[in-house]
Design a protein around this ligand. Structure first.
Ligand SMILES: Cc1cc2nc3c(=O)[nH]c(=O)nc-3n(C[C@H](O)[C@H](O)[C@H](O)COP(=O)(O)O)c2cc1C
Length: 192
């Protein structure tokens, strides 16, 4: 069975982030042939074009971490009906220098949790528009709007509701299928 490596970016730098708990749940539920790990963003400074000629080491490592994985899941809260500034800042680092966009052609998926009944739906629509601009193929279905009911996620990948766990497994299966289509095409073009 083909092995895949998937990175996840958490759009929150809160020490008690619910979205990081959701990301850890995804990592714990991943199929055997998939390894999930975090691509951290919290040490990235503010992006400025002044850095384009000589990216700082932390930003080089961030871009390399994206290059090293077969796909990226963005697990994000919603702030004021959009994505948090820390996530947008990370995406700006990924988008530059001009012509070296890290997410161009990279399979992506978005998911997120918040306490509200529509969860992070508005933020995810904004995020999908950004990913489309990067030419990143993005999972359409299922959509990952997870309402954070109290105690749903533990600190170490536990999910207390079996229905939610089953949904997250199906979500991962759908994303791995998308990743497989792109990785297989890339491998075939290398072999040709
Ligand atoms: C500045 C700010 C704006 C927020 N705006 C929204 C919002 O638009 N929609 C929503 O569902 N929750 C909103 N929330 C609540 C967050 O969803 C909640 O704090 C969530 O736990 C944040 O995710 P995290 O725990 O992973 O950091 C907001 C929180 C903050 C701090």
């Amino acid at each position: 069975m083909t092995q895949y490596t998937i990175g996840y970016i958490v759009g929150s730098i809160s020490s008690t982030s619910l979205n990081r708990k959701l990301a850890k749940a995804l990592a714990a539920l991943a199929p055997e042939n998939v390894e999930l790990h975090e691509i951290p963003i919290k040490d990235l400074p503010f992006y400025s074009p002044d850095h384009d000629a000589d990216y700082p080491q932390v930003a080089r490592e961030f871009k390399q971490a994206i290059a090293d994985v077969d796909g990226v899941i963005i697990v994000t809260p919603e702030y004021s009906r959009s994505i948090p500034g820390v996530l947008k800042n990370a995406l700006d680092w990924a988008a530059r220098p001009y012509g070296q966009a890290s997410l161009d052609g990279k399979p992506t998926a978005v998911i997120g949790t918040s306490g509200g009944p529509i969860s992070t739906a508005a933020a995810q629509q904004h995020l999908k528009a950004i990913l489309s601009h990067y030419n990143a193929p993005t999972l359409g279905q299922p959509e990952g709007y997870i309402q954070a009911l109290p105690g749903l996620f533990g600190d170490n990948g536990e999910v207390t509701n079996e229905g939610t766990a089953a949904f997250l497994r199906a979500y991962l299966d759908a994303f791995v299928a998308l990743v497989g289509r792109y990785v297989d095409v890339k491998d075939a073009s290398v072999a040709a």
